[in-house]
Design a protein. Structure first.
Length: 309
C-alpha cells in the first residue's frame, strides 16, 4: 500500500494555481522530491501536513485523510523545514525536548530522547548553548533532531544538507541512510542538490508548474535511452574491434584502449567476452552507460515549460 496517495489534487492561491491536478503515489524507501523554484514543492508539503487545505482533490498520508485527519498525520510524520524553527532563549537540548513534548512525551522522557537524538546527530557539548549562538550547520542538525525525536514513521526533510560543509553533508546523508536502511523509515527529501538524491534515494519525483512530470525508480531514470558499455582493454584493440564487428556489434571508438559497445547490457557483454576470448584480449573494465539525473531533470522541466507556453 502507498504511504501517500493523492488524486487530482489542486491548490489555488487566488488566481495563481500552485498545484494543478496532481496525482501521485509514494511508497517505502527514500524518495527525492525535485523541481525548480515555484514548482509547487513547498505547497505540496504543506498540503500533506494539513498546514494548508487543497482547493480540490483527495489525498491520504499513512492512511489518514489530508483534510479531516491532519492532526493524526502530524503525529506520525517528522518534518524538517528549510527555514529556522528554533526557539530563542532555549538551549539545543531544550529545543529538542520541547519538540518531543509536543508529541506528548512526558518531560523526563522527552529530555532523555533529546540527548539520545543529539548524540545521533553529532551535537556534543554545544547542546547546552543557546540556539542563537549556533552556526548555520549546527542549526541544520538541530532541525533534523527536532524532526526525528518522536520516532516518526515518515520523515519529510526540506533541504537537509543545505549549509553543511562537505564532511557534515556526508554525515547527514549517512544518518538518512541509517534511518532508511536499518530502521525502515520512509523518507522524502526535498532538495536542489541532485548528487544527494543519487546517493541516497530509491525513487525520484519531479514537479514542474504544479504537476508531476516524472515519478520513477532512480535506477530506471538513470538508464540510458541508447544503452551501451564502455569497454577498456589491454592488448590489440584492433583485433578485438574486428571480432566485435563480426558479431554484428555497433561500436564507437573512445581512445586507443577503450570503446563503446551499443546494445542491452546482457547482449553487449556477451559479445565482448566472446571477442575477448577469440582474440586473447584482456578486458580491464566494463562500465554500463548511465544518464545523469541532471540531464533528466532539465529535460523534464523544459518539456513541462514548453507544454505550458
Amino acid at each position: 500500500m502507498p504511504l501517500i496517495e493523492l488524486e487530482k489534487l489542486t491548490k489555488d492561491y487566488g488566481s495563481f494555481r500552485a498545484i494543478d491536478d496532481l496525482s501521485l503515489q509514494i511508497y517505502d524507501g527514500v524518495t527525492g522530491l525535485l523541481g525548480p523554484n515555484g514548482a509547487g514543492k513547498s505547497t505540496l508539503i504543506k498540503v500533506l501536513l494539513g498546514l494548508v487545505r487543497c482547493t480540490s482533490g483527495t489525498g491520504r498520508v499513512l492512511g489518514h485523510d489530508i483534510v479531516k485527519e491532519c492532526g493524526a498525520i502530524r503525529t506520525r510524520v517528522g518534518y524538517m523545514p528549510e527555514d529556522d524553527c528554533y526557539m530563542h532563549g532555549l538551549s539545543g537540548v531544550e529545543c529538542v525536548q520541547v519538540a518531543a513534548q509536543l508529541s506528548r512525551f512526558p518531560a523526563t522522557e522527552a529530555l532523555r530522547r533529546g540527548h539520545e537524538i543529539l548524540d545521533f546527530c553529532g551535537i556534543g557539548q554545544e547542546r547546552y548553548r543557546n540556539v542563537e549562538t549556533y552556526s548555520t550547520g549546527m542549526r541544520q542538525k538541530l532541525r533534523f533532531a527536532m524532526a526525528i525525536v518522536h520516532d516518526p514513521e515518515l520523515m519529510i526533510l526540506d533541504e537537509p544538507t543545505s549549509g553543511l560543509d562537505p564532511e557534515e553533508r556526508e554525515s547527514m546523508l549517512n544518518r538518512i541512510q541509517i534511518l532508511a536502511r536499518q530502521m525502515n523509515k520512509a523518507i522524502i527529501i526535498c532538495t536542489h542538490i541532485l548528487p544527494d538524491v543519487q546517493l541516497v534515494c530509491d525513487r525520484v519525483v519531479i514537479l514542474a508548474a504544479g504537476r508531476v512530470t516524472l515519478s520513477e525508480d532512480l535506477e530506471v531514470v538513470r538508464r540510458s535511452p541508447d544503452p551501451s558499455l564502455t569497454v577498456t582493454v589491454h592488448g590489440d584493440i584492433r583485433l578485438f574491434t574486428e571480432s566485435l564487428k563480426k558479431r554484428g556489434a555497433r561500436i564507437e571508438s573512445v581512445s586507443d584502449y577503450s570503446l563503446l559497445v551499443f546494445g542491452s547490457e546482457e547482449i553487449a557483454s556477451a559479445a565482448v567476452w566472446q571477442a575477448a576470448t577469440e582474440t586473447s584480449t584482456a578486458v580491464r573494465s566494463i562500465v554500463p552507460s548511465r544518464t545523469s539525473l541532471e540531464k533528466v531533470f532539465l529535460k523534464t522541466v523544459q518539456e513541462a515549460s514548453h507544454a505550458n507556453s
